[in-house]
Design a protein around this ligand. Structure first.
Ligand code: G6P
Length: 490
């Protein structure tokens, strides 16, 4: 039985708000996810009749999706939210998600290719691209079925770049927005993509009424790509009267106009303050303190083990700090949380190995009986991350490139005594936090080591003052306001 058209508001994203594990006895256990979208969507309340369309990611999800058929998941599993989980054929899903989304589009926007030998666009790539189109079409079909007349649809991220245009074809009455949570590549780099793919992604997003980004910089790069690849016309702030700042505000292409928007997702202060004071976090705080040892400072980082996060150069900078500033030996611990991510991809597995190896090397080189210089944790544990935020003296956020980086925004909110932030200028968060962070070029290991030293030496008063200002900037647009702003703009 097909779902009736009832939803006035729809969200579409690859990863949904819930995931399932399948027990040996065939039982399904649901686990609700967190993050900006989940908390943003809760702003409109359960009566709004919103529907979230997402993909089944693993075997448990697939089974749950099969059991639900064309209907929504059991609301008991989703906290009352209406969620439609798409059971996309495993090989199609893998080619679209691992192949195109995570190995091509993610790599393009984060400038991750070793360009003398990568990327390789061969016959396998062509098959993956066809799978990506099919996967996007499955979302467009489901959204077209669920949406009431003139509904508003918020499509999320690089996984679903083709959905806006596909959905407009099926349902021209809808108001469609796309939001990119990643950076956007500059035109010269973006054009590494085969011409039809480069154009296809842009045309896909331009099928919507609005394309939104985390910072002006990424919105501007998108507009530049539209001009360079499609020859589209860019509308700029102040066009006509010469008074604006020249930022791109819309793209005109083939008789349609897609407005550009910027919404810098902020940290959820209420949630973080309340969650970080719970008993499980207290417990982990005690054991982290014991691990660091008395009278030692901590440099904390929390990331998915992700190539763009630049964890390796962070460790090299810390090693350089111990080498060039022997006075810090035995007086500091680098607490590095590097949670496994996208382990289906060999380059992620290799990178994870490399992180481990360098952490071991540093411990072997400098460690003493009572002091391990690096405490590397690889098991995902949100409560322990919050405990580390509470006690951190220094937070290291040094991505090669990052859409926003919420860790940079969460630490100042949760920190108890103030925390110095060493921040890459290539993180989206730099636009809002740059004034009170110690800003680094993420490729410059030497400069990062110097910034760590400066951060460790910062006086308590200065650290506390900066942290206060960082927390205010970091919470300017909490998830609920961020979500409502996008809805309103459509
Ligand atoms: C980035 C993307 C998100 C994605 C997340 C985790 O932040 O912008 O869309 O959900 O990474 O990646 P994963 O591949 O595990 O969903």
């Amino acid at each position: 039985m097909a779902v009736p058209r009832t939803a006035p508001i729809l969200v579409a994203s690859n990863r949904g708000p819930v995931s399932y594990t399948l027990g040996e006895d065939g039982s399904l256990t649901a686990r609700r996810g967190g993050g900006g979208l989940v908390s943003g969507l809760s702003a409109i309340g359960p009566d709004a009749n919103a529907v979230w369309v997402c993909a089944a990611l693993g075997e448990g999800d697939r089974e749950a999706a099969r059991r639900a058929g064309d209907s929504h998941l059991n609301p008991g599993d989703t906290g009352g939210q209406q969620v439609r989980m798409l059971d996309i054929a495993p090989d199609v899903f893998a080619a679209a998600y691992n192949g195109i989304a995570n190995s091509v589009l993610w790599f393009i926007h984060h400038l991750l290719y070793q360009t003398p030998v990568e990327p390789v666009f061969d016959a396998e790539f062509a098959d993956q691209w066809a799978a990506y189109e099919a996967y996007n079409a499955a979302f467009a079909d489901a959204l077209a079925e669920e949406a009431v007349d003139e509904a508003v649809v918020l499509v999320q991220d690089y996984h679903l770049a083709l959905v806006p245009a596909m959905l407009r074809e099926r349902r021209p009455d809808l108001r469609i927005g796309h939001f990119s949570h990643t950076p956007w590549a500059p035109p010269d780099y973006y054009r590494l993509l085969p011409d039809d793919v480069a154009a296809g992604v842009l045309r896909g997003i331009l099928g919507g009424d609005r394309a939104a980004f985390l910072t002006e910089r990424w919105a501007g790069a998108f507009a530049d790509c539209c001009a360079a690849v499609l020859g589209a016309e860019i509308v700029r702030d102040g066009d006509g009267d010469g008074n604006g700042d020249g930022a791109a505000t819309a793209v005109r292409f083939e008789g349609r106009e897609t407005r550009l928007g910027v919404h810098g997702l902020g940290a959820d202060a209420d949630f973080l303050r309340q969650r970080s004071r719970q008993a499980d976090v207290d417990e982990r705080l005690t054991s982290l303190r014991a691990q660091i040892g008395p009278d030692r400072k901590s440099i904390v980082r929390v990331d998915r083990t992700e190539l763009s996060k630049n964890i390796v150069r962070g460790l090299l900078a810390y090693r350089r700090l111990l080498e060039s500033h022997p006075e810090w030996r035995e007086r500091v611990v680098h607490v590095a949380f590097a949670y496994p991510s996208r382990q289906d991809l060999a380059v992620y597995r290799d990178y994870t190995e490399r992180v481990r190896r360098i952490a071991d090397e540093i411990n072997a080189e400098y460690g003493t009986e009572g002091w391990a210089p690096v405490a590397l944790h690889v098991k995902d544990d949100f409560a322990r991350s919050l405990a580390a935020y509470r006690l951190a003296d220094v937070a290291l956020v040094n991505p090669i490139r990052d859409g926003m980086n919420l860790v940079a925004k969460e630490v100042p909110v949760v920190s108890e005594r103030g925390c110095a932030l060493v921040l890459s200028r290539e993180a989206g968060a730099y636009a809002e936090l740059g004034d009170d962070a110690l800003v680094v070029n993420p490729y410059d290991v030497e400069a990062t080591a110097r910034a760590l030293d400066e951060a460790l030496r910062m006086s308590d008063g200065e650290r506390a003052d900066r942290t206060k200002r960082l927390a205010a900037a970091a919470t300017a647009l909490p998830p609920q306001a961020w979500f409502l702003a996008q809805l309103r703009a459509l």
